[in-house]
Design a protein around this ligand. Structure first.
Ligand SMILES: CC[C@@H](C(=O)O)C(=O)SCCNC(=O)CCNC(=O)[C@H](O)C(C)(C)COP(=O)(O)OP(=O)(O)OC[C@H]1O[C@@H](n2cnc3c(N)ncnc32)[C@H](O)[C@@H]1OP(=O)(O)O
Ligand SMILES: [Co+2]
Length: 134
C-alpha cells in the first residue's frame, strides 16, 4: 500500500537558521519559507536527489509541534511521510487494522497541495506517520 518516501520532517525553533545550515553548510537546494496556517507550522523544503527534508517551525498559538519542541529543545525528527495512491482507501484499511488516524480523520490539503493524514506515533513504533496522496 505505501509507496515512495515523500519527506522526512525536522521540527526546529528557528527555521531561518536551519535553512541557512542546509543551504550554506550542506550545500542543499532549499525552498522559500511558506506559512501553513491550516497546519500551525511554517515549512521549508530541502530538495535532495531522492527525497525531501521538511523543516517545520511552529506557527500560531496552537501549533501541533509546540509540545514536541518543548520536549526536544534542539529540535529533532518529527515525522516521516509516505505516498499512497488512494488516501481514503489507505485510511480505511489502517482504521480497520486498529491504527489511530489523527484529527477528525478527514484528509487536509498539505504543503504540496495534496490530501494528507497523520497516524498516531504510538501505533507506528514511536514514529509519527504522514500519508500523502501521490
Ligand atoms: C505542512 C503540512 C503537512 C505536510 O504537508 O507535510 C505537515 O507536515 S504538518 C506537520 C504538523 N502537523 C502534525 O504533526 C499533525 C499531527 N500531529 C498531532 O496530531 C499531534 O502532534 C500528536 C502526534 C497527536 C502529538 O500530540 P501532542 O499533544 O504534541 O503530544 P502528546 O502528549 O499527545 O503525545 C502523545 C505521545 O506521543 C508522543 N509523540 C508526540 N509527538 C510525537 C512525534 N512527533 N514523534 C514521536 N512521538 C511523538 C509523545 O511523546 C507522547 O508519548 P508519551 O510521553 O510516551 O505518552
Ligand atoms: Co509533513
Amino acid at each position: 500500500m505505501i509507496g515512495r518516501l515523500n519527506h522526512v520532517a525536522i521540527a526546529v525553533k528557528d527555521i531561518a537558521a536551519a535553512t541557512a545550515l542546509y543551504r550554506d553548510t550542506m550545500g542543499a537546494s532549499v525552498s522559500e519559507a511558506v506559512e501553513q496556517p491550516a497546519h500551525g507550522v511554517t515549512t521549508v523544503f530541502i530538495n535532495l536527489p531522492n527525497t525531501k527534508i521538511e523543516l517545520l517551525e511552529p506557527l500560531g498559538e496552537n501549533s501541533p509541534i509546540a509540545k514536541f519542541l518543548e520536549r526536544n529543545a534542539d529540535g529533532g525528527i518529527h515525522h516521516i511521510c509516505y505516498e499512497v495512491d488512494d488516501i481514503l482507501a489507505a485510511r480505511d484499511r489502517l482504521k480497520a487494522a486498529g491504527s489511530r488516524v489523527l484529527g477528525d480523520g478527514e484528509p487536509k490539503i498539505g504543503a504540496h497541495g495534496k490530501p494528507v493524514l497523520f497516524l498516531h506515533p504510538k501505533d507506528f513504533n514511536g514514529t509519527l506517520v504522514e500519508l500523502e496522496q501521490a
